[in-house]
Design a protein around this ligand. Structure first.
Ligand code: ADP
Length: 319
């Protein structure tokens, strides 16, 4: 292999730049040429492709977002779109591709693999919902952003003796809600993986009020319902007044934490190693701090598992 490509696709996440940097530097270290594909699969189809040098990825390790930009591209979901993409890869002499992104982006990488093109997936999403890895790039930064917000909301909640509902991202996964709820000392955490019992939630809030608790924090994962809807349910079932904060896209931005930069550097470099070893069609990940890789076609059929021990612990700690 002489020339590889790298793209970021779907929702961006902090640390994607560190991953791009690792791919480029590791490849050049091993005398490979690297081409950056701009704007995800849309840029692949349109041939928005440029050679990257060592300096192209200078001064980006600490920046959120992605220097390659990202896009959503419906055309790439079709066989014709994929054929156009492969045509461009051939035109530029690219023999292997690193795809950094979430599960949608992985489906694109899977399609390329099924067409026989060597592709390696690097899990980049704040949602932490890719199977075959304990952590995805951007998750640590996102939860630290949420924790910062929870701490601030807690201050005002205490001053006003209020119950706050904080809606966090995560799509169909509850990881952001669970980790931030546990780290932020939330009274209640709602995740899509577990049903909730309204009576139990109301009883806990009332018990807290009776023993003079000044505030309550409820974290709702967007995959359960909106924070506003949950506030309505609380009002209707228990006549409880709450305030709602929807954190939204601030969770996707910002300078990546040290943990995300290290993770991105390790995973990006391993993706290049796999391509050098002629191992396309893989997804890289980290398990118990060891780098691992799995078949990218099989990985998508595995369910993502949220840590239910942590969920039970959060309930025990918020009695
Ligand atoms: P994320 O990667 O963050 O999950 P999306 O789900 O929006 O984001 O997916 C990003 C892009 O990946 C899509 O716009 C599309 O170009 C590509 N993609 C998603 N699903 C498929 C699929 N089944 N086949 C081919 N490409 C896909």
């Amino acid at each position: 292999m002489k020339r590889i490509g790298v793209l970021t696709s779907g929702g961006d996440s902090p640390g994607m730049n560190a991953a791009i940097r690792a791919v480029v530097r590791k490849a050049i270290y091993h005398n490979l040429e690297v081409y950056g594909i701009f704007q995800g699969y849309a840029g692949l189809i349109n041939g928005n492709i440029q050679k990257l040098e060592l300096g192209s990825v200078g001064d980006i390790i600490h920046r959120g977002g992605t220097m390659l930009y990202t896009a959503r591209c419906e055309e790439f979901k079709t066989k014709e779109g994929q054929a156009k993409g492969i045509e461009q890869l051939k035109r530029f002499g690219i023999e292997g591709l690193v795809v950094i992104g979430g599960d949608g982006s992985y489906r694109g990488a899977k399609a390329l693999t099924e067409h026989g093109f060597p592709c390696v997936g690097v899990p980049g999403t704040i949602d932490n919902d890719i199977p075959g890895t304990d952590l995805t790039i951007g998750f640590d930064t996102a939860i630290n952003t949420v924790i910062d917000a929870i701490d601030r909301i807690r201050d005002t909640a205490t001053s006003h003796d209020r119950t706050f509902i904080i809606e966090v991202m995560g799509r169909d996964a509850g990881d952001i809600a669970l980790w931030t709820g546990l780290a932020g000392g939330a009274e209640t955490i709602l995740i899509p993986e577990e049903n909730y019992d309204m009576k139990e939630i109301v009883d806990r809030l009332k018990r807290g009020q009776e023993r003079g608790k000044k505030h309550s924090i409820i974290i709702v994962a967007e995959g359960v319902c909106s924070g506003v809807d949950f506030a309505k349910q609380l009002k209707e079932t228990a006549n409880l007044d709450t305030r709602v904060s929807v954190l939204g896209h601030i969770q996707r931005g910002g300078s990546p934490t040290a943990a995300d930069r290290v993770l991105a550097s390790r995973l990006g470099a391993r993706a290049v190693e796999l391509l050098l070893d002629g191992k396309g069609g893989r997804s890289v990940g980290i398990e118990s701090n060891e780098l691992v890789d799995y078949d990218i076609i099989e990985i998508l059929s595995k369910p993502h598992k949220v840590n239910l021990d942590m969920y039970r612990l959060s309930k025990e700690l918020s009695i």
